[in-house]
Design a protein around this ligand. Sequence first.
Ligand code: IMP
Length: 422
Amino acid sequence: MANTILVGAQWGDEGKGKIIDVLTEQADVVVRTQGGNNAGHTVFVGPQKYVLHLIPSGILRRGKKNVIANGVVVDPIGLVNEINGLHKLNVKTEGRLFVSETAHVVLPYHRELDAQREVLKGRHKIGTTKRGIGPCYGDKAARVGLRMVDLVNPERFEEKLRLRIKENNEVLRALGAKPLSFKTVHHTYAAAARVLKPYVTNTVVLLHACLRRGESLLFEGAQGTFLDIDHGTYPFVTSSNTSAGGACTGSGVPPHRMDRVVGVMKAYTTRVGEGPLPSEADEISDLLHGMGREFGATTGRPRRCGWFDAVATRHATMVNGIDELAITNIDGLDTVETIKVCIGYRDGKARYDHVPADDQVLARVEPVYAEFEGWRTPLDKVRRWKDLPVKTRTYLRAISELTGARLGIASVGPARAQTIFV
Ligand code: IMP
């Protein structure tokens, strides 16, 4: 298989975990390149459900290497818990999981600052996952972050941590929050460092050795295009490049070694947290929540839901260079009589066929809809494209055409088997 970048084409939670798991079969190495444990990728293997936050989904397939590359922000406690959780389920991580020396470390003051800043923002809050992601990337950009290479070097870690806690305690006090105890944090994180040390390595060298051997790489995107720090609905975004370019900077694998970009999108739209969502609609939200669907894998929050937004996915195709689409959660629309698709935005007399950069405009645009007849039959048992109802195929072809990329995969349920290759 070619080297593949997999990205979310919407606001995250597109079902990337499952598609990655399916594509992993043809890959040798699965690589995470951005984000942290704000992500939650749900994978079912038989009846067993796994929710992975930091570790690439390739860990669930035998013989695959898994890399947490330099662009990821690593919460050491979260990572240790995830490793232990996998061990309990008899999934081996030793010799299969590699963590970049230069990945930045999420520390308790990042989480605390994340929470405090959200409180300060009041009704303008972002609705973050409170995992400390923004403050950690902030420290990285400000060149005061700690990296994995610091964490696993005991003297260096102690010295750097002491300084960072001192400075951050000043900020926390000013915000009216409780300062952190250096001793407690150091004790906990030094213990995590001892567990993680064997996994920490130079992943750039490792990935290039894989490339030289002709192994194929799968880059597992986290979050989605509209949460990208540059291309998303700023400021209601995460703090990393979730779009395809992030796979290169976040791993040290150059652009000319990337062969294809797969964009994952739901057959409708969802978003967790605040910010514009032009096609948001109570009717589809109520229906999906009533079915017990669309609750966040990381925070358990109900996701906001809307109709498929083709303006947004077309924009995502442009920004990521999507070659092929994987459309997921199609079965979520099984009972809908008339399915709407947003094909344009209206703002008074102005009409948009692209996503306006001005967040205030995006927040007030009205969707322009096209309507499709629903198939009104369960799809969960369908395994072949030609066995899908004609109305489903018409709908999927239409959203693929509107998005401007070829349809490659249609997913009708969470299990590996519920995947139709088109
Ligand atoms: P942060 O990444 O925790 O800073 O959160 C920033 C925004 O990104 C919030 O709206 C979150 O809900 C959203 N977000 C972060 N990670 C994910 C994810 O994996 N899926 C969906 N939304 C996410």
